[in-house]
Ligand binder design. Sequence first.
Ligand SMILES: Cc1cc2nc3c(=O)[nH]c(=O)nc-3n(C[C@H](O)[C@H](O)[C@H](O)COP(=O)(O)OP(=O)(O)OC[C@H]3O[C@@H](n4cnc5c(N)ncnc54)[C@H](O)[C@@H]3O)c2cc1C
Length: 285
Amino acid sequence: MKPPPFDYVAPTSVEEVLDLLSDAQDGASVLAGGQSLMPLLNMRFARPELIIDINRVDGLDGIVVSDDAVSVGATVRLATIESHPEIASALPVLASATTFVAHPQIRARTTIGGTLSHADPSAELPTVAVALNATINLRSKTGSRSLSAEEFFESTFTTLKEPDELLVSVDFPREPGMSFVYDEISRRQGDFPFAGLCLGVSVRDGVVANARAAAAGVSEIPQRLPALEAALVGRTIAEATEDAANAAADEVNPPTDIHGTAAYRRGLLRSLVRRNLSALDQEQK
Ligand SMILES: Cc1cc2nc3c(=O)[nH]c(=O)nc-3n(C[C@H](O)[C@H](O)[C@H](O)COP(=O)(O)OP(=O)(O)OC[C@H]3O[C@@H](n4cnc5c(N)ncnc54)[C@H](O)[C@@H]3O)c2cc1C
C-alpha cells in the first residue's frame, strides 16, 4: 500500500523542529530511521499531516563517553552503537544487545531515539535502557525535561513523551562494579524476541551486592524485575539462581498470543535468568 498524503519538511536545527512540532499540535510525526514509521504509514495505521525528517538536524548525532555515562544523541544509528569502540569498552552490553536488533540493513537506519520513542515492548534497546536506569532527555518549545527509562514507557507503543516533544538524547549511566549481559530467545536470529532479559550484578567477596534487571516481550512495557533483583542480593550467584529464575517468572504477566502462551513465555524468562546468571558468574571467575 501507499502512505496517505502528507507534507514533508527537513529542518536542520532542533529549534526549527520544536517550532514545527508546537505548531502541528499532534498532527506531525518525526521521521528518524523510518523503519517503523514507514511501514505504519504504508499500512495507514499512522496518518500524520506533516512528516518532520530529523536526519539533517545538527547536534542530534553525538556520542559522548565520560566516566559517569554514555550519552547518545537521538539520531545515532544502532549500527554506529554496535561498532563504536568507546561504547564497547565503557558499556559493552549496549553494543552487544544492539546486535540482536533485526538485521544489519535495518540497524544501519534505526536510531536510538526511534527505537525508544516507538516503545515496542519486545524491543531490545528500551529493555536495556530500563535495566541500566537510563535517562531520556526531551525538549519542546517550552522547555526541557528528563525522565528515567522506567518512567518513560507507559504501555505498548506509548510513552510519556508529549506530541510537541522531541527525544534529543539518552544517557546510559556507568555504575562502578556493575556488569550487565543481554540475551533473548526468538524464533530466528534478528526476529523480535519472545522474551529477552538484560541483567546486571555487582559482586563483592563472592556475594551479589547490587542487581538490576529488565525483560522484553513479557509485558506491555520493558519491565523492570525487582523481585529477581531482591532474590540475588546478599547471596552467591550459584545459590540464588533458581530463586531468581522463579521470582522473575512470578513477577511478569506475559501475553498469550499466536506466538505462545503466557506460561511458555514465563518458562523462557526462567531459562534466560539461568543463562544470564551463568554468563555473569563465569565473568566473575
Ligand atoms: C524487518 C524489521 C525487523 C525489525 N526487528 C526489530 C527487532 O528485532 N528489535 C527491535 O527493537 N526493533 C526491530 N525493528 C524496528 C526498528 O528497530 C525500528 O527502526 C525502530 O523501532 C524505530 O526506529 P527508527 O529510527 O526507524 O524510527 P522511525 O521509524 O523513524 O520512528 C518510529 C517512531 O518514533 C518517533 N520518533 C523517532 N525519533 C524520534 C525522536 N527523536 N523524538 C520523538 N519521536 C521520535 C516517530 O515519530 C515514530 O512514531 C524491526 C524493523 C523492521 C522493518
